[in-house]
Design a protein around this ligand. Sequence first.
Ligand code: SF4
Ligand code: SF4
Length: 717
Amino acid sequence: MTPATTPETAPAHAPASAPVLDVRDLDVSFGDVPAVRGVSFEVRPGEVLGVVGESGSGKSVTASAIMGLLPSSARVSGSVRLHGRELVGARDKELNALRGRAMSMVFQDPLSALTPVYRVGDQIAEAVRVHQRVTKEQALVKAVSLLDLVGIPHPAERALAFPHEFSGGMRQRAMIAMAIANDPDLVICDEPTTALDVTIQAQVLEVLKKARDETGAAIIMITHDLGVVAGLADRVLVMYAGRPVEVGTVDDVYYRPRMPYTVGLLRSIPRVDRGAQRRLEPIEGSPPSPAALPPGCPFAPRCPLHVAACDEAEPPLFETGPGHLAACIRWEDEAASEAEAAEAEEAEKETQAPAEAEEAREAERAVEAAVPRGEPVLRVEGLVKDYPLLRGAVFKRRVGTVHAVAGISFAIREGETLGLVGESGCGKTTTLLEILELARPQRGRVVVFGHDTARLGPAERMAIRRDMQVVFQDPLASLDPRMTVHDVVAEPLRTHGLGDSGRRVAELLTLVGLAPEHAERYPQDFSGGQRQRIGIARALALEPRLLVLDEPVSALDVSIQAGVINLLASLKVRLGLSYLFVAHDLAVVRHIADRVAVMYLGRIAEIGAVDAVYDAPAHPYTQALLSAIPLPDPARERSRRRILLEGDLPSPAHPPSGCRFRTRCPKFRTVLTEDERVLCVEAEPDVLPVGEPAGDQGAACHYAEQLDVVQPRRNSR
Ligand code: SF4
Ligand code: SF4
């Protein structure tokens, strides 16, 4: 085994040109707490280096250290050379001359980087003028051409807008335009798409690829999402506990990972091309605190391959193949177990001929279809929710109406999980709040356990509240931080006059995978995943029949998220629960839900069994949504056909006539004839059955047509 300390990061296809950026032994600490430890890498012209890791892994601090943007309290040592010029210890004046010219940065929140009181075009022009000798007019012309390059429609007009007049996706494009304004050699993107909806993320990633091609700049793409870099990066650097633990070409890292942490990350990701047939494999425990790193390998407490020798010293990066490094003393065992797994998979495929496999799936489907479905526990019929649009600071006057939910219908049967998905502003949260309200809706009906919410008396409402519980994204955020875990879990029992026995609390904590002795601690002592488990224990205290889950795993790191998804899946079976699972992440929903309803601008675009909808979506919006979700599979990402949507979600105060999706519908724009389009413009489509034979799947499109956009590949790791 050869320890290697200077990871080369040249793309496999790139010429061996001199690196743009050369980082060596970079250390950053805040007081006594190390945030970045011994980071070394190079990036060459035109190369995209993906830096991936979970919260607290040190990836963003590394980016800020390169840009010289750390607060003065940070201690930085090591070397960061841009074209051979040392940046560590450089004076501010020197760094200012480089920032925006030779290197630039795209942040997660573009609002923090754009000045709200200046027009977008002026800000980009200013960025040009700081570094180039051009007139104001020339700079403005350049700003407009940059906005055009990043795909802003009507760029000359939009250059006059203020940042708040841009949507999130447009602001991020404007940031990219500003970042490439002076043809930099290096662009650092720090989670540039994390705050964006998936269809907008797909647009922004395309813009980044275009920017790289146009400028030839090297890109460092920092992200927690292994899907995002799979199709974009040439090389990947995985960080854990402040240091790189695996580096290699994107194919090596994704297909032949050698560090157990990388293996665990890849196995824990919910994938939109694989459903519940593949159980997620969470990584046990949580990342160590940088202030209290374990001796030896920092991944040891969570590592399935851990042996005593791992605790002796922190492993260096070993060369496991050409340009492929991993910080694990057992990387050869990992390689051997991978080979065994591949062999076992091959053998399984050989013993199960394709026809047999198809027969088996048919049989599974038949059994599934034969299972008697229970009565609906929740029925929503033609639900409508409008909000008045008000103007004026003191004297508010109504200037319009926001049609947040515009007539949706669905049902959840006993023991079933319905995933309600859609992007920001689609109306899913309003729908959830309307259901939780247990009151008469503005229009339509909500029927819970057979009771129409419009006709509930106080006693019935109280009983339903007991049977229908809710779990929020951070269920403990609204609670008094002085409450112990016991108090948090026991509170619903007390409220309903059931006492707060320690035994019941201990039972509930055990049920969600926590220890009974955790009851005396405080929620803030727990990690995100454990806090969510406490929230679930609290929701289960009254033995409900229906759980309403509002983005329950979206704030969790992927290795932790998998454990909570598995827990919810097993609780559903053990306790016979039904779930309404509201989420924006379609991959998570595929793993947990039996059926899915896709919302767009207050309406249901498509609904049906998850496998049917994901394998053969019939609505153009569902197709675009599914095709936009990146897969952590580089080869498939590179060859995948992506349906890009143009523009942003229209305002729910002014939905388009006819089909609400028509302003962004690729089919409307590129496939339909003039005559066919008339129907889309004039008539709002209802959800109608699709598929042969017509089953449970329905789509609200006049020209619905099933299409496989994810290309599922079964029985693979
Ligand atoms: S060095 Fe040991 S504990 Fe660390 S990743 Fe390798 S096997 Fe696991
Ligand atoms: S009805 Fe027309 S505009 Fe709407 S989704 Fe279908 S094809 Fe597109």
